[in-house]
Design a protein around this ligand. Sequence first.
Ligand code: ATP
Length: 378
Amino acid sequence: MTDIELTELQKEYDGVRAVKGIDLTVRDGEFLVVVGPSGCGKSTTLRLIAGLEDVTDGTIELGDRVVNDVAPKDRSIAMVFQNYALYPHMTAAQNMKFGMKSVSDFSGEEIDARVEEAAETLDIPELLDRKPEALSGGERQRVAIGRALVREPDVFLLDEPLSNLDAKLRVQMRAELLKLHRQLDTTTVYVTHDQTEAMTLGDRVAVLDDGRLQQVAAPQELYDYPVNRFVAGFIGEPAMNFLPVEVRGEHPAVATHDAFTLPLPSASGLDAARETDVVLGLRPEDAALAANRPDADPVCTATVTVTEPLGEQLLLHCTVGETEVQIKVEPRTEIRPGDTVELCVDEQRLHLFERASGEALYHSADAQARAAERVPGE
Ligand SMILES: Nc1ncnc2c1ncn2[C@@H]1O[C@H](COP(=O)(O)OP(=O)(O)OP(=O)(O)O)[C@@H](O)[C@H]1O
């Protein structure tokens, strides 16, 4: 069992600063997902851990040893790549055991036994004699994962392993990876650009942007308490809506947009005098049609521009004043583009971000929880 500790990790390629100083601990046995947009440095970080790239600055520790100068084959790591990296002229079994002799002291029989065991775990014993060309994408990916399993490494590194599979197979493989992880309990770092994959797979999720770690937290915490506007906008589909507002007054504070004024519940901690350039964050499911919520006060009027029936929900694209927003409402609601609707919002699920820096200033759920903790009369 091994934890991974990255300290001030940096990587520069010929003037391109791909990783700009990452501090991150992956706990022993944890499934940590690294997520971020294309080019943010995810694969580079993984390749540094694997030893496939040299570190420019900082340290990588696996367990209690610094491995900056340790060769990849001596790091007890197995990596699964997006393109599977299988040799076309070899059978699945040959692919799985390829190179094993050079990285271990195992005999041929021991290696064969491990291949069979991994094939059983992955439910592919009948595929072992086939070459990659005779395997489907999902089967090839299982063989690639099998090759990692055979090595019984201390750490699994997976780089977008599901992105070549169709949507249905991806969902199925996600569940299988989780099952496998529960069974093996091996420290795993999984890279993806897909926030749904990140949220469903990770014990914790590390969000990267532009070579820097933005936040690392459990999936629901990331969703409910994003530390900045980047994380808030990256996690969640459709993305969080952002509306420019000014905060005024203190008891209670109100957020004023060009089309509405909204009281901020439990706004203690907000310095209204300072916080004039603010962005209000509102997730699409945290607003509703006032017509469907007779007990809530309407907050604003919106003009519907596009309707998208998603089956379990109806997604409305609207304009509120000058701002475009997306709102999820009950399905089978009779609304057409051009209609004007009244919206109400869930006041316990509002977020405020500083406009210039993007840093989170306030989450109303957080303020609510703090208020509840306070001793009455304090
Ligand atoms: N070998 C290289 N030489 C020069 N620049 C590189 C090299 N590899 C990566 N980069 C650059 O480093 C940055 C980070 O790349 P990286 O592949 O780590 O991003 P990523 O987040 O994995 O992206 P993607 O999701 O598109 O794979 C990018 O700007 C990329 O162009």
